[in-house]
Structures are given as structure tokens and as C-alpha cells.
Ligand binder design. Structure first.
Ligand code: SAM
Ligand code: SF4
Length: 338
């Protein structure tokens, strides 16, 4: 079914149409990845969280304003209680054609349990974050995770007919020797794989410079093994893709540090407390919880969304070097969602 776009879709001050909303439904997680969280995180009191009904209302307001793609993330979205209720509710927008895609970014730990139900809610593609195929390293990176559970989750998702893309953070001295085998493994299972540079978000124990592996270097090294052919493939996001001729599969690169990806940014990010971040790398945010709760009508909420989009900044400028020890931003990636 073809749905008419809203008469005035959301256009930011730099002429970018905002059609993609990422929603962090919880800041909690069953892992403690070393680049994402500190071991002793303090999380939001449960009372501060929007209810699933409120999250549905907020997402639906964005869809009314022209959002066509919704990604549920976290924290770990599948640890939020009754999360399927939100997916079931939002799937009505897929049925009407108002929404093109409902998707998810997950660490995969709970996927075995959820894959079939997600598929029945219209989820067709998901991103699974996986930085290594070595069980010991996996434990060291995630602190609390078990590799076999994630691999079983990926099996379950594929068995349910969901396309899986692997996201791997490139970590200096940790998984840099594994990237070629990971590509072969992913492509052998029909999965694209995207590498991500570590971003300076939130206080963690280690210095970022010790984790940071520039993808320009990764790409040059991969070119020694694979014939990398430029790909026109775009997901509307920051990843730039190549195809490895030897496997026929795609490799994506997300390079917030070596290459700024802001010019074509089409997205905004909502937290589980109803705070809207117009840019992943800037502090400015808009509170949508107040207008949401102030009125049963969506009028004030939609007005607040429009005012926020009118403030979307041109972009961000992360720096990781020896002199810059403090994170660029105080908040962790698990707050805004990756
Ligand atoms: N828990 C889910 C997961 O891991 O897929 C969803 C949320 S997680 C914050 C989303 C993505 O952000 C993951 O792929 C993770 O590897 C990535 N990430 C977290 N902290 C990061 C950081 N400081 N720099 C770069 N990527 C980061
Ligand atoms: Fe949890 Fe995802 Fe952050 Fe790892 S990257 S600690 S799985 S939110």
C-alpha cells in the first residue's frame, strides 16, 4: 500500500528530511561491554521510564510527522519487560504502510527466545552486535556475555526469516587480527558485516586511545586479502559499503572519527525517558515527556517535535587523542542507543 507522505515532512535547518527515528527503550543491559559501559553503572530509576504505551504514542507521533523507519535499541532492548507489546503495537503502522521498516539493534543474547515473535511483528532485518568469534575474548569484551547464546540467537533469527547484519566495533589489539575470519564467517552465512570506530561517549575505565583503531587502517589491511569493490549500497545511514569480490558479501565502515558522516544525516534519537537528541554527538536535547503527558491530544507533542527538528545541528566533531582524556560527551552510548 502506498501512503501519502505528510504535506510538510520534517526538514531540518540544513535541508535534511528527518525520516528515521531510533528509540532507546531502556538504558539497562545484560552485558557490560568495555567500550560502552563501566562495570558499575548506575541506571535510571524505573519510575523515570516512559511506559510502553507512552513510547508507542511518541513513535506514532513521529510516524505522523513523516518518520518511515523505526529502530528499537537500548541498552539492550530485549531486556525491557514486555517489549513485544511495543513491537506488536507498532506493527500496525507497517500494516497501513505508514511505516516502511521496524527494526532492532541487539546484542543477540535473548534472540533465541524472541526471534519468531519479532518476525511475526513484521521485523524483517536486525543488527546484531558481535565483536569477536572467540568465546574467551567475547567474555572479556562484554564482561558478562556468553558467545554461544548470541550465536544461537543469530541462528534463530535466520531460521525465522529475519536478515541479520553484524556490527563489530574495531578494537585495537583485541579483535584486529580477527576481522578477516569474521568477514568470511558473516558472508558465508549471507550476512553483511559493518565495522564501527570507537566513539568517545561516556566515562569508562580504559582510555579511548587504547581502544581506537582507525577504519582507514582496517580497510587498507583488508584490501591485502580481499578485492574490495565500491558498492552503491546505502541504508540511509552513515555506513559506506564495499563488496568483497572473493565472498560476494558486503563490508560496511562507520567512521565517525576519520570521516564525518553528518551531511546526509536523516535521523534523530529518543531516549527511554522521552528526551530527544537531534545529534548523537551533541548535548542539545528536547524534552518530549512533558508535552506527551501534558495533554491527551498529540498537538503539543507534535509542536514540540517540530521545534526540536528546527534546532538540529549541522553535525559533530569527535576527537580522540592523548590530550583529550575526557569523553566528548558525558552520556554513554547505551543512553541514546547506538
Ligand atoms: N545493546 C545493543 C547492542 O549492543 O547491539 C544495542 C545498543 S548498543 C549501545 C548499539 C551499538 O553501539 C553496538 O553495536 C555497540 O557495539 C555500539 N557502541 C556502544 N558504545 C560504543 C562506543 N563508545 N563507540 C562505538 N560504538 C559503540
Ligand atoms: Fe550492552 Fe550493547 Fe552497550 Fe554492549 S554495546 S554494554 S550490549 S548496550
Amino acid at each position: 500500500m502506498i501512503m501519502a507522505l505528510p504535506a510538510d515532512p520534517m526538514i531540518d535547518p540544513f535541508g535534511r528530511a528527518i525520516s528515521y527515528l531510533r528509540v532507546s527503550v531502556t538504558d539497562r543491559c545484560d552485558f557490560r561491554c568495555v567500550y560502552c559501559m563501566s562495570e558499575n553503572m548506575s541506571f535510571l530509576p524505573k519510575a523515570d521510564l516512559l511506559t510502553l504505551e507512552e513510547l508507542d504514542r511518541l513513535c506514532s507521533a513521529f510516524i505522523r510527522r513523516g518518520v518511515r523507519k523505526l529502530r528499537i535499541t537500548g541498552g539492550e532492548p530485549l531486556v525491557r519487560r514486555d517489549i513485544l507489546t511495543l513491537f506488536r503495537g507498532l506493527s500496525r503502522h507497517l500494516e497501513t504502510g505508514a511505516l516502511e521498516e521496524l527494526t532492532l539493534t541487539t546484542n543477540g543474547s535473548q534472540l533465541s527466545r524472541f526471534a519468531a515473535d519479532l518476525a511475526s511483528c513484521g521485523v524483517r532485518r536486525i543488527n546484531v552486535s558481535l565483536d569477536t568469534l572467540d568465546a574467551g575474548k567475547f567474555r572479556a569484551i562484554t564482561r558478562w556475555g556468553a558467545l554461544d547464546k548470541v550465536l544461537a540467537g543469530i541462528d534463530a533469527a535466520q531460521a525465522a526469516g529475519i536478515a541479520v547484519k553484524i556490527n563489530a566495533v574495531a578494537l585495537k589489539g583485541v579483535n584486529e587480527d580477527e576481522l578477516v575470519p569474521m568477514i568470511r564467517w558473516a558472508h558465508g552465512r549471507g550476512m553483511d558485516i559493518t565495522f564501527i570506530e570507537v566513539m568517545p561517549l561516556g566515562e569508562i575505565e580504559q582510555a579511548r586511545i587504547d581502544q581506537y583503531l582507525p577504519l582507514s587502517l582496517v580497510r587498507a589491511r583488508l584490501a591485502e586479502t580481499f578485492t574490495l569493490e565500491a558498492s552503491e549500497h546505502r541504508t540511509g545511514g552513515p555506513a559506506r559499503y564495499v563488496t568483497a569480490r572473493e565472498t560476494g558479501g558486503r563490508i560496511g565502515f562507520i567512521t565517525p572519527l576519520t570521516h564525518n558522516f553528518c551531511e546526509s544525516c536523516n535521523r534523530v534519537r529518543l531516549t527511554c525517558t522521552g528526551t530527544l537528541f537531534m545529534c548523537l554527538g551533541q548535548e542539545d536535547a528536547a524534552d518530549l515527556r512533558r508535552p506527551l503527558r501534558a495533554s491527551e491530544s498529540d498537538g503539543p507533542l507534535i509542536a514540540a517535535i517540530d521545534r526540536a527538528i528546527a534546532r538540529k545541528p549541522r553535525g559533530h566533531d569527535f576527537v580522540i587523542d592523548r590530550a583529550t582524556r575526557a569523553p566528548a560527551l558525558g552520556r554513554h552510548m547505551s543512553v541514546t542507543g547506538g
